[in-house]
Design a protein around this ligand. Structure first.
Ligand SMILES: Cc1ncc(COP(=O)(O)O)c(C=O)c1O
Length: 323
């Protein structure tokens, strides 16, 4: 089965190339200012910066934390650990139920923290890209314990419950490929806490974005919600028609299938699910997905044009053949 890897929309590619040529395709004074306004409208925060990558946003967000950094024990993003280490911030893992934060465990862990420091919990909106965190409840517990909640919304920007500044204190995201805002590079960070940026001028300068990426972000934001929902709907359909799926009842943008022999299962799937020169099969255990035997089918890596029912039915048949 030949599938196409996700591309920026044609509009986005045109806008980026016009800006690169020195034109002003959207008739805007500053693409960076406008992109920052649009991003903060989307996340319901007062302050926003677009930056050079998703990891740059994480660097800035974690720099604000001067106490402990808490991360999920699986289903997060490797950068959370690597950047905490680089910044010399002690980090601790929070127990999850296959990526989903265990609310009681969270309560226990947070209540034992040294409250004289600024502590932070950083997580992705979708655990392992496959199941949405209960962000409202997590936010309540963080706030009861004076812990800053940092949400990585690379996979969820455009949603109304996830990626919402009503719940998360700091929101970060990647606009690289193949993310929901698929601009090929860049990222963003938003918050209501002015000090996150005031204390971090040097990082903001070091990780600055550019007008071309800003133009791409403005363009991609227009379709973020509808694109996101198409990926979620496609995954729902797959989850309902494939056996041994983890978190089958939860919203997500990939599908995790348990399997005792992930080496062969993933090899077989890769022979059949050919995605240009890219991949859509992640062999697990893997911290960024789940520390379980199985594979993650990265539906989020497919171009939006590839999510037809006939394609999804073919994917289901291929999976069944090797399960
Ligand atoms: C959830 C998540 N956060 C952050 C990043 C890092 O983004 P970037 O490559 O833009 O630094 C990635 C990259 O794949 C990611 O999946």
């Amino acid at each position: 089965m030949d599938l196409k890897f996700k591309k920026s929309s044609e509009d986005t590619r045109k806008i980026k190339s016009e800006i690169a040529l020195g034109n002003n395709p959207l008739n805007i004074d500053s693409y960076i200012d406008y992109a920052e306004d649009k991003i903060k409208d989307t996340t319901n925060h007062d302050y926003a910066h677009i930056v050079s990558s998703g990891n740059a946003g994480i660097f800035i967000g974690l720099s604000y934390i001067n106490g402990d950094v808490l991360i999920p024990d699986q289903g997060g993003w490797n950068g959370f650990k690597q950047i905490s280490r680089f910044l010399n911030k002690p980090f601790e893992t929070v127990k999850t139920n296959l990526g989903l934060i265990d609310i009681d465990e969270l309560n226990n862990t947070l209540s034992n923290l040294d409250k004289s420091k600024v502590n932070g919990l950083i997580l992705t909106s979708f655990a392992a890209y496959t199941a949405e965190q209960n962000i409202k409840e997590i936010s309540e517990i963080c706030h009861e314990n004076d812990v800053i909640l940092i949400e990585d919304v690379s996979g969820s920007i455009g949603d109304s419950k996830l990626a919402n500044g009503k719940y998360s204190d700091i929101i970060v995201g990647s606009t690289g490929s193949p993310k929901i805002l698929n601009v090929e590079d860049g990222g963003f960070i938003t918050t209501n806490i002015k000090e996150v940026f005031d204390n971090n001028r040097i990082l903001l300068k070091s990780f600055k974005s550019n007008e071309i990426t800003a133009g791409g972000i403005i363009s991609e934001l227009k379709n973020a919600s509808s694109n996101l929902n198409k990926y979620i709907d496609a995954c729902n359909y797959l989850k309902n028609n494939i056996d041994n799926v983890v978190h089958a009842d939860k919203r997500g943008i990939n599908v995790f299938i348990k399997n005792d022999d992930p080496k062969h299962f993933s090899w077989n799937l890769r022979q059949e699910l050919v995605l240009d020169s890219h991949g859509m099969v992640t062999k697990c255990p893997n911290y960024n997905r789940l520390k379980e035997k199985g594979v993650a089918l990265e539906i989020k890596n497919l171009d939006i044009s590839q999510l037809s029912k006939s394609n999804l039915d073919e994917i289901i048949e291929i999976v069944k053949k090797y399960q």
